[in-house]
Design a protein around this ligand. Sequence first.
Ligand SMILES: Cc1cc2nc3c(=O)[nH]c(=O)nc-3n(C[C@H](O)[C@H](O)[C@H](O)COP(=O)(O)OP(=O)(O)OC[C@H]3O[C@@H](n4cnc5c(N)ncnc54)[C@H](O)[C@@H]3O)c2cc1C
Length: 505
Amino acid sequence: MRRRNDALALLLVDARMPQMSGTEFLVQARKLYPDARKVLLTAYADTDVAIAGINQVQLDHYLLKPWDPPAERLYPVLEDLLGDWSATYRAPFDGIRVAGSLWSPPSHEVKEFLSRSQTPYQWVDVDQDAQGRALAEAASPGLRHLPVVFFPDGTTLVEPSARSLAEKIGQKTTPARPFYDLLIVGGGPTGLAAAVYGGSEGLRTILIERETTGGQAGTSGAIENYLGFPSGLTGADLARRATAQALRFGAEVVTAREVRSIRAAGPYRTVTLDDGSELSCYALLLASGMQVRRLDVPGVEALTGAGVFYGAALTEASACRGKDVVIVGGANSAGQAALSFARHARRVTILLRGASLSEGMSQYLVERVSDTASIQVLTHAVVSAACGSDRLEGLDVTVGSEGAVHRIPAAAMFIFIGATPRSDLAAGVVERDPGGFILTGPDLRVDGRLPRSWPLARDPFLLETSLPGVFAAGDVRHGSSKRVAAAVGEGSAAVGMVHKYLETV
Ligand SMILES: Cc1cc2nc3c(=O)[nH]c(=O)nc-3n(C[C@H](O)[C@H](O)[C@H](O)COP(=O)(O)OP(=O)(O)OC[C@H]3O[C@@H](n4cnc5c(N)ncnc54)[C@H](O)[C@@H]3O)c2cc1C
């Protein structure tokens, strides 16, 4: 019952039971339901037991058997106790509960996955909540594996993978067919736009996403420059709307599955998924975007998830209440995060390699950051170490050209130092630039010539890679604008080119 988070008003327990006494039972039950009213049923000869029970388990009442007539001897007692209980009762949270520690990286990952999937959950901090801790310990002895996720149906998952979590919250993780007209790798704005257009234009379309839909945009707390939303919208909201739209048009959206490699076999393009299974299509769109660049200084790797986070990690915002937060980086994403965390944190410090925020941030964000009293900006500042034993406590920062190292207190550090393309799945299969971005269309020409691997007499379409029928769009593409609207535009435009390609096969 506790695992399901069911309410329990009253325990009516016989003093003599086959395997344990009523008092022993109440001792245990009380740990789980301290507020439930406790009534012991005793025989006439057992009144001593009942009196001992009053002291041992704070018994609310004992009833002598038989309680005839019940209308006089039983119901009034129970009614009184139930009335008493319901006067102070607060309904328990009727949804998913995540019991974990703020300093456990898998707990952070589960929270991120659920919130980016827009699945409401209640956070139970096992370091603060003794009852939550006891409950988690029952499922994960010694709390060696965290978090423990409790579902309303009474089931639990201990340190779940993204896939098991996705399945449990009703997301699709297995493709329905072996073959599609269009297979899209990546569920960021590019992939979602392509899924909407592919689905709406009658292509059998599938989108495979390794986490949950939304991509980098999905981690943004406020996208303010996307056309049609004058007061901005959150990335999670954009992802939710776009996913619903793609599904409505009949596209299949599979989450928590990664495409590991791609290959061509005649007119077909085949991808291998993370479990080794394969899926084929006529046309493939690589919309795999970018991943954050790692900060390679001592202490960072060990403390990642335990105070050190990549990206906005908005699920940690409330944990930063009253604390010192550091943001590393000076692009728009860093500015947005600084403004979000400033609502909770005592102080937010932006560490900037360069001389001023305007070098990398849109003017509207620079102004907002400057107008926020709790945000300070340190220029020419470079993190040289993250300090703390099991959680982040401070940072060593080199400020200015003289190289002096300052230790600044920090309960959390959010890192925004750029990103690299996620194109390894296509390495050796399509042409990439030296940075790993995928070359498409006219960019494939070097000194006016197409790569030798290009097999056709026609030129590649605008968003087509060096392998016919494989397209690339959005942030992963060489020369893309790295903006939500541009990604959506490219994802939509790619479907037009897929149609042209399909006419040729
Ligand atoms: C914090 C933040 C704030 C931002 N704010 C703004 C803003 O306000 N305005 C703006 O215009 N732009 C903003 N951007 C930039 C914008 O989000 C990106 O340009 C946009 O998300 C790019 O979309 P995409 O679909 O090409 O790639 P991504 O968003 O990177 O999505 C790619 C997706 O592919 C998935 N994937 C990768 N490899 C695989 C694989 N092998 N198998 C399956 N799936 C895979 C990834 O998990 C990811 O979900 C922001 C970026 C960040 C990080």
